[in-house]
Ligand binder design. Structure first.
Ligand code: UP5
Ligand code: MG
Length: 190
């Protein structure tokens, strides 16, 4: 059984940055759904490259069968991890249902780490990132935020109703955020 912490929050809220620190210090393995999709997009012979790029640029969500297969493969190929940080997934109802269908009995959701941050700050962070992502432009960002508000936030609310959400405000320095994140892990990840 894989232990899983879902890490959610708006685009640019700092999911990848904080997950890297958790992986380094707490021994969880970081799996970014977005990074896995970008790698699949680049993989020679992938039949999904064009479809993935279209969704990323539009800030829309790739069909769950593709994303969930990449996540499950990565978990199965990671050896004996004490847990996985699944960063940026599940983002909509389709993702959640697909995960439940494919992973029930194989993965245990420990909790959901919700990095909350005002959208204008998030947008500015993405525009300043400078890593050449095809979705770090004003037009794509507008769509990413819309998708987050209409599709992803309701998923966070669903987990909240189940008592699984641990919210950490991420409009602060990485050090301040991480200090609270460590508290959350100490309290809830056994
Ligand atoms: N930064 C980070 N923390 C900071 C702080 N505390 N103070 C100041 N600056 C901070 O951070 C973003 C930028 O801000 C960086 O430059 C960082 O240095 C700085 P990062 O840690 O990268 O934030 P993150 O939340 O990971 O932002 P990201 O842009 O990766 O989030 P998204 O959720 O938008 O992107 P993701 O890669 O998850 O998804 C991209 C697309 O893939 C989606 O839009 C979708 O089309 C597709 N996708 C799916 O279809 N399905 C999935 O399951 C996942 C993705
Ligand atoms: Mg990220």
């Amino acid at each position: 059984m894989h232990n899983v912490v879902f890490v959610l929050g708006p685009p640019g809220s700092g999911k990848g940055t904080i997950c890297a620190k958790i992986q380094e210090n707490l021994g969880y393995v970081h799996l970014s759904a977005g990074d896995l999709l970008r790698a699949e997009r680049q993989r020679e012979g992938s039949e999904f490259g064009a479809l993935i790029e279209q969704h990323i640029r539009n800030g829309s969500i790739v069909p769950v069968e593709i994303t969930c297969a990449l996540l499950e493969n990565a978990m199965n190929n990671s050896g004996d991890a004490k847990g996985f940080l699944v960063d940026g997934f599940p983002r909509n109802e389709d993702n959640l249902q697909g995960w439940n269908k494919q992973m029930t009995g194989k993965a245990l959701i420990q909790f959901v780490l919700f990095l909350s941050c005002p959208v204008p700050i998030c947008i500015q962070r993405c525009l300043n990132r400078g890593q050449g992502r095809t979705d770090d432009n004003e037009e794509s960002l507008k769509k990413r935020v819309e998708t987050y508000n209409h599709q992803t936030f309701p998923i966070i609310e669903h987990f909240e109703k189940n008592g699984l959400v641990r919210e950490v405000k991420s409009e602060r320095s990485v050090e301040e955020i991480y200090a609270d994140v460590v508290e959350v892990f100490n309290q809830t990840a056994k």
